[in-house]
Write a protein that binds this ligand. Structure first.
Ligand SMILES: [Zn+2]
Length: 168
């Protein structure tokens, strides 16, 4: 539900803020938050950083998991919830599983690149040895709008750039 003020919505709003900041840096606007499930303490917050870091693996989820694990001094986060604004890709789904994340909450579904509800459906595979609880759809419209606006602006910029050859 987009209109309720549940703790999930509050944390997803923080993830959306990270996504907005990423977009402002010229990154695809995706954000992630790692929260200690029982206490609600935020351990890490990150936006997508692939461009600035010149790192194809610097997805918001990976950066947030790394930061949270570093804070804890342990590679596994079995008492944590990961909030992310878009359905995780296969790489991030694997990282979430390796981190033993207890609960995954994502906003918008991603039929093109997602790996939870779509594509490989990573957590349902027999080779996946830890499956988090999964909830999705919280603030989905807001998350999808951010992405749509970002890609529309980028396509517009591309078109302007290509105008000399595109006009006939
Ligand atoms: Zn990813």
């Amino acid at each position: 539900m987009d209109d309720d003020r549940s703790p999930d919505r509050t944390y997803m709003d923080m993830a959306l803020e990270e996504a907005r900041r990423a977009g402002a840096r010229g990154e695809v606007p995706i954000g992630a938050i790692v929260v200690e499930t029982a206490t609600g303490q935020v351990l890490a917050a990150a936006g997508n950083g692939t461009e600035a870091m010149a790192d194809p693996t610097a997805h918001a989820e990976i950066l947030a998991l790394r930061a949270a694990a570093r804070t804890r001094g342990r590679p596994r986060l079995p008492d944590c919830t990961l909030y992310v604004t878009l359905e995780p890709c296969a790489m991030c789904a694997a990282a979430i599983s390796f981190a033993r994340i207890r609960r995954l909450v994502f906003a918008a579904a991603d039929p093109k690149g997602g790996a939870v509800l779509h594509g490989p459906r990573f957590f349902t595979q027999p080779t996946c040895h830890h499956r988090p609880e999964i909830d999705h759809g919280i603030a989905a419209e807001a998350a999808a709008d951010l992405l749509r606006t970002f890609f529309r602006a980028r396509r517009g910029a591309d078109r302007t750039h290509e105008r000399p050859t595109a006009q006939e």
